[in-house]
Design a protein around this ligand. Structure first.
Ligand code: AMP
Ligand code: MG
Length: 476
């Protein structure tokens, strides 16, 4: 099979990346292939499942036209700047151009050591994080959230050691609109490489913001996309977990699924990530952190923006433009979650009142909103003190009496099924034993998360106290 590669990033100056072939693995075995996504990319799914296809997905054979590279980037990790991160365990094979002209990076995550590998790390991944990213990113896509995608997951037949334990090695084949991050700009800014910054900005404009002409316009457009993205996360109870600047893609896609999670019982201060000791990336802090990351991006653009003082002022205003877009988008989505087509400021207290009661009464985020769309009576049992919900319900019913089709609106905004942490953990535990049935069933259950489907009722259930997952791990 021929793949129509057009590797624009590999044509940039050599300092943007290192040429690096994937390091072959012992005995590749396909765990799951995303046939719909393959079709979107114009790839032949049957061929991808053949031994030659699997060899390509595992990095054991290079397809014609591929120009494998490891990208250079920097980044703030938990607030501390690291001038050189880069793809330490991922290799980009190239850019696939679909028949409609859309361009996608094809990347193998876990493809072996590169010059950017952290310390003595192995450049590999294991089956847990690989399947977690596969399931979470595909669930996000099905939920309608901009995200990188997963084309395939493979076992490598090798053992990877994490936390002093041998684990099955794996590779994720990731597809992204691009891998240009805030951290990519920081890499060149940290080196006072003006020429590099200019080239990178042009690349970003060409690829994602063709309507923009100046750095300031790009900054505003990036801020707006991030605002929409984070508002969407919030409306689904999603916690990214590691919003470091290297994990913020300028395409506006969700990227780098590490210790991320969907909340079960609602609390604004919720943190899952085992490495987030101080709650920097807690649920309710995500908008603020996005602004902080945007400010780092803005700082990189300043040298391209002309006279310093005026530039700082304009850039600050552009960063702050996130707030208005975010608030509008959050209100719109949260309004729709309770059946209001176009919520206004006057509806804010109704939404906040519900969230407050949910937090106090430990209500399950997804189940409360799915009950509202199906059978509001059922929502009350989600609250430790059901009266708390009854009191809110009176005001709510009065408000939605003025709406034409509240149930219809809620049905498009409130999913019935999300990748619940205990289900994800259960799926990983089975896959470690070589049983992939739970993975396939979970993927099937999450393919149409807004649609009623009695076959997958068990995936709607909240975890029992014993099943509740308190911590998620990066475990790269
Ligand atoms: P992350 O925490 O995934 O954003 O990664 C931070 C940095 O560590 C990036 O430069 C990664 O490429 C690198 N890194 C993470 N895991 C590994 C690994 N297993 N081997 C080599 N480098 C790694
Ligand atoms: Mg990262």
């Amino acid at each position: 099979m021929t793949i129509s590669f057009d590797n624009s990033y590999a044509r940039l100056p050599e300092r943007f990346f290192e040429r690096q072939e994937p390091v072959p693995v012992k005995a590749p075995e396909l765990v799951v292939l995303n046939r719909d996504l393959a079709a979107r990319l114009g790839l032949d799914a049957d061929w991808l499942e053949s031994p030659e296809g699997i060899a390509m997905l595992a990095g054991n054979a290079l397809p014609e036209g591929a120009e494998p590279i490891a990208q250079a980037y920097a980044g703030h990790q938990f607030g501390g700047f690291v001038p050189r991160l880069g793809d330490g365990r991922a290799v980009m094979l190239g850019e696939v151009v679909a028949t409609d002209g859309a361009r996608f990076d094809l990347q193998l995550k876990g493809a072996g050591r590169t010059v950017f590998s952290r310390g003595r790390s192995d450049g590999r991944a294991w089956i847990g994080p690989v399947l977690r990213e596969y399931v979470l990113s595909e669930a996000m896509a099905a939920l309608g959230v901009p995200t990188t995608r997963a084309l395939a997951a493979l076992r490598t037949g090798e053992t990877v050691v994490r936390d002093a334990m041998g684990r099955p090695g794996a590779i994720l084949v990731r597809v992204a609109a691009s891998h240009i991050r805030v951290g990519t700009f920081q890499y060149f800014a940290a080196r006072d490489d003006l020429e590099g910054l200019r080239t990178l900005l042009n690349t970003l404009i060409e690829r994602h913001y063709p309507e923009c002409e100046t750095p300031l316009e790009v900054l505003r457009a990036v801020a707006a996309r991030q605002a929409e993205l984070v508002a969407h996360w919030m409306a689904l109870g999603f916690i990214h977990g590691v919003m470091n600047t290297d994990n913020m893609a300028l395409s506006g896609e969700t990227i780098d699924y590490g210790p991320c999670a969907f909340m079960d019982h609602y609390h604004p201060g919720r943190v899952f990530s085992s490495i987030d000791q101080f709650g920097r990336y807690a649920y309710a802090r995500q908008p603020q952190i996005a602004v902080w990351n945007l400010a780092q991006f803005a700082t990189c653009l300043l040298p391209l923006m002309g006279e310093r003082e005026a530039a700082v002022e304009e850039a600050s205003a552009a960063v702050d433009s996130f707030i208005g877009v975010y608030q509008r988008e959050w209100l719109r989505r949260m309004g729709r979650k309770i059946g209001i087509t176009e919520a206004g400021e006057e509806d804010l207290s109704l939404i906040e009142d519900l969230l407050g009661r949910m937090a106090t009464e430990k209500a399950d985020f997804t189940r409360v909103f799915s009950a509202l769309r199906r059978d509001p009576k059922a929502a009350r049992t989600e609250f430790t003190e059901p009266m708390a919900f009854d009191l809110w319900r009176e005001g709510w019913e009065a408000r939605i009496a003025r709406e034409a089709d509240p149930a219809g609106v809620m049905a498009t905004e409130n999913p019935l099924r999300i990748p619940r942490n205990h289900r994800v953990e259960e799926m990983i535990a089975a896959a470690m034993e070589g049983d992939d049935a739970p993975l396939h069933r979970l993927l099937a259950a999450l393919a149409e998360p807004y649609a009623e489907d009695a076959r997958y009722a068990e995936y709607e259930a909240a975890p029992s106290p014993a099943e509740r997952v308190q911590r998620t791990f990066c475990g790269t």
